[in-house]
Ligand binder design. Structure first.
Ligand code: ZN
Length: 358
């Protein structure tokens, strides 16, 4: 009896272990531009919400929608998917209350250097402007696309048009559908989406579209073309913060969480993706905080703007939820970490931050 029980136990452990480390074939990478760790981990900031300069004359709505005295309840109101599904099945880094620190390694604390660091694993100080031309460094998406298993199965959808340069669309040979780029997919909704995009409200000018077009463009592509690597770069959180509109900033964070949830639900409903897809979510930079007026801004002179966060959920990453241990990781480690989720080692002609151990 004891012997057969131990054999049973052995096989159960073997089965559970091999299930947990199941082969991951796909990855969805998501960024929410300039979304602060302060809201991710503590939800809405009441002092910003009360300030007439920032609350768009509607603090009643903001408090009713996002406030709770308890920070854990409060953050769940802002990002319900992050704090339920990912909390249960993934890992979430960046709560500095527990000294779980995630930082940019680049000193600039704005977008092009941040996205360069995420995708190349190299915080090259030469990349010092959002107008920087085509990125000279090989990025992770292009590296994966060169692998025969993945060629033609990698795509990026981004609200901001600078990604054409950040991901060097010319050289990288992966589709970068940025801002007002239209898609040629034969997906049924694609024609309509293109038409709506062209004629949409353009509060951020011609360099950036509303996130909804980026999102639905990406989802249509996911359903029609089944990419193995898909990057979705949302931009509105940063735009509304710069506009000092805290209500819109919070609404856009909550909307992004909803879209991540929709994307994940689709992933888990499709045999091409179910239980073999990783999700990696992060941001390009932080924003100010101690001086509350600085929540709107970021950049080299804003102390806390190098403070970021990330979340990961993948069949080969143990479920630990919110990380409450003293940790220090850097944005330049994300590229190799994402490669490792797919069982790959990212190699390029530049230094690459080492993978994070989960
Ligand atoms: Zn910005």
């Amino acid at each position: 009896m004891i012997k057969s029980l131990s054999i049973f136990f052995f096989f159960s452990v073997f089965y559970v272990t091999s299930f947990c480390q199941g082969r991951v074939e796909n990855i969805i990478i998501i960024t929410a531009d300039g979304l602060r760790w302060q809201e991710i981990f503590s939800g809405m900031d009441s002092s910003i919400a009360r300030n007439k300069k920032f609350n768009q004359g509607d603090s009643a709505y903001i408090f009713k929608t996002y406030w709770n005295d308890n920070a854990v309840e409060r953050r769940r109101k802002l990002m319900p998917f992050l704090w339920s599904t990912i909390m249960q099945s993934g890992q979430i880094y960046g709560n500095r209350i527990y000294n779980c620190n995630v930082n940019t390694a680049n000193p600039y604390k704005f977008s092009y250097p941040g996205y360069n660091e995420i995708f190349t694993g190299y915080a090259d100080t030469i990349i010092n402007s959002n107008d920087y031309p085509n990125n000279p460094h090989i990025n992770l998406l292009e590296f994966i696309n060169r692998n025969k298993r993945y060629t033609g199965k990698v795509a990026a959808f981004t609200a901001w048009n600078a990604f054409d340069r950040i991901l060097n669309e010319q050289r990288s040979d992966i589709p970068v559908i940025a801002a007002f780029d239209t898609t040629t997919s034969k997906a049924p909704l694609s024609k309509m989406l293109n038409e709506m995009l062209r004629n949409s409200y353009k509060p951020f000018g011609n360099n950036e579209c509303l996130d909804m077009f980026t999102h639905y463009g990406a989802i249509e592509y996911l359903k029609a073309k089944k990419p193995k690597v898909l990057y979705i770069g949302y931009g509105e959180t940063d735009e509304w913060a710069h506009a000092a509109q805290y209500r819109d900033y919070l609404n856009s964070a909550r909307q992004t969480d909803k879209w991540i949830s929709d994307t994940w639900n689709y992933i888990q409903s499709d045999v091409n993706y179910k239980n073999k897809t990783a999700l990696f979510i992060t941001t390009d930079h932080g924003r100010g905080d101690k001086n509350k007026d600085q929540w709107t801004t970021h950049g080299k002179s804003v102390d806390e703007a190098n403070e970021i966060w990330f979340a990961v959920m993948s069949p080969n990453v143990p479920a630990k939820g919110e990380i409450k241990e003293s940790t220090q990781v850097y944005q330049k480690q994300f590229a190799q970490t994402m490669a490792s989720l797919l069982g790959l080692i990212f190699e390029a002609n530049h230094p690459i931050g080492e993978k994070i151990k989960f």
